[in-house]
Design a protein around this ligand. Structure first.
Ligand SMILES: [Zn+2]
Length: 435
């Protein structure tokens, strides 16, 4: 069974004739030089471009937004590194002739298919990378070297094969001036590691040593791990865990270097969590700028939907709450689960980053009425120190709300990071109602 044949054919057509020799000037774009060109970087950057492009033009006049996006998704602190990810992703998009840049900071999108594929899912971004390397290797007769690498029976034999591949690569790649310089050593590394993931081959270090470890998805993604203080927060790279390996292998099967066992069942949820993470952040950036837009679906053509495992940030948020808190409204005790709403304490649009938006400690499962009262601090708040419910004068004498009188939520709800968010809500409530 072949999956998503259309993507494979499209990518191979795009990559036809791409050569390591032609790309001499750095500005003309670079082939996969290292991990910062990871498929996750390509996915996230392409998705950003799709959101902020104007027709076929993408202007880099939103560096601050670009930086905030990258900083959040990859949990980077060092501002200096941040800009590189965009620059390198754009360079690769130029290398594959998807974009042109005739004047500084103005990019013209000349091939929408490429951008659609890269931005459609993690899986497709990886598949693009794989077939790009496959094409380049065929163009330069490196594929046979790769086959020899894969079939070499021992680590030492693989090392030998890697050396001969590396030398040949260095002689072809116009960027490699001195084949013994360190960066020339690792330039051929990332492409082969990309292939190694799908072919379950060994890891190659930056200095060119073949190791016993088999390449994992974290080796080919940028995958900076979350380093937030709170243990409750999901890892920043949690989206990688959801990658559909079966879809990748079955799509690439005719182009694999080794025979892989067939998957009986293919996980086909490509409208996946990664999209939700990216779009949550983009929505947050939109909200900051006061932009309201109709949701445009992108890359429809390249979606492979069929499963029912679609995961969304709101869904993750609710699941987290269901796992961590009792299935009842903490204020009135209403417990019919289907009606319980995963209510953000600090509203989604005001969250600082995607992980605030998904953090169950930034939420409470509430009944529809309490949710309405609590939303945006409109009628009611909760004292973050005592758990006591406080509400505005207007509803104090309404008989429907008498049950709120002297109400306290259980201490368990505030004896954790949730207090941090409740403090925000409480302050917001006081300010809003001039209390
Ligand atoms: Zn309630």
């Amino acid at each position: 069974m072949r999956f998503n044949q259309k993507i494979v054919e499209t990518i191979l057509t795009k990559c036809k004739g791409l050569s390591l020799k032609k790309q001499v000037k750095r500005e003309e774009g670079r082939f996969l030089a290292d991990k910062s060109y990871g498929f996750d970087t390509m996915f996230f950057v392409s998705r950003f471009i799709q959101r902020y492009r104007f027709g076929n033009i993408y202007r880099r006049d939103k560096r601050e937004l670009e930086n905030e996006y990258i900083r959040d998704l990859f949990c980077l602190r060092d501002a200096a590194q941040v800009g590189n990810y965009f620059t390198e992703a754009l360079a690769l998009l130029r290398f594959v002739n998807a974009m042109k840049c005739d004047s500084p900071d103005v990019y013209e999108i000349v091939d929408n298919d490429v951008l659609d594929i890269y931005s459609s899912s993690f899986e497709n971004a990886y598949i693009f990378h794989y077939l790009l390397v496959y094409s380049i290797f065929n163009e330069h007769d490196l594929w046979n070297n790769y086959l020899s690498f894969c079939s070499a029976p021992t680590l030492a034999a693989k090392q030998y094969q890697y050396e001969s591949y590396r030398k040949k690569y260095a002689a072809i790649d116009a960027r490699v001036k001195d084949p013994n310089a360190l960066w020339s050593m690792f330039t051929p590394k990332y492409p082969i590691v990309v292939l190694n993931y799908a072919n379950r081959m060994n890891m190659v270090t930056r200095t060119g040593n073949v190791t016993e470890n088999i390449v994992s998805r974290t080796d080919i993604a940028l995958n900076v791990q979350g380093s937030r203080a709170n243990q409750e927060l999901p890892k920043k790279n949690a989206y990688l865990d959801n990658m559909s390996e079966s879809y990748i292998i079955e799509t690439l099967r005719p182009y694999l270097a080794v025979k892989m066992p067939e998957y009986k069942q293919v996980d086909d949820y490509l409208d996946s969590f990664s999209i939700s993470v990216a779009d949550t952040k983009l929505d947050m950036l939109d909200a900051k700028q006061g932009i309201v837009r109709e949701r445009k679906s992108q890359g429809e053509l390249y979606k492979f939907v069929g499963g029912n495992k679609v995961r969304t940030v709101q869904g993750e948020f609710r699941n987290g709450l269901l796992q961590k808190t009792p299935h009842q409204c903490p204020i009135c005790g209403f417990a019919y689960e289907n009606f319980l709403i995963a209510s953000h304490i600090k509203p989604y649009a005001k969250c600082d980053d995607t992980y605030d938006a998904m953090n169950p400690n930034n939420g409470l499962l509430m009944c529809p009425v309490c949710d309405k009262l609590f939303e945006n601090s409109n009628y009611m708040t909760i004292n973050p120190e005592t758990g006591k419910v406080e509400y505005i004068e207007d509803i104090k004498n309404e008989k429907e709300f008498l049950y709120l009188h002297e109400k306290k939520i259980a201490y368990d709800y505030i004896d954790c990071e949730r207090r941090h968010y409740l403090k925000w809500h409480y302050k917001n409530f006081k300010e809003k109602h001039n209390l």
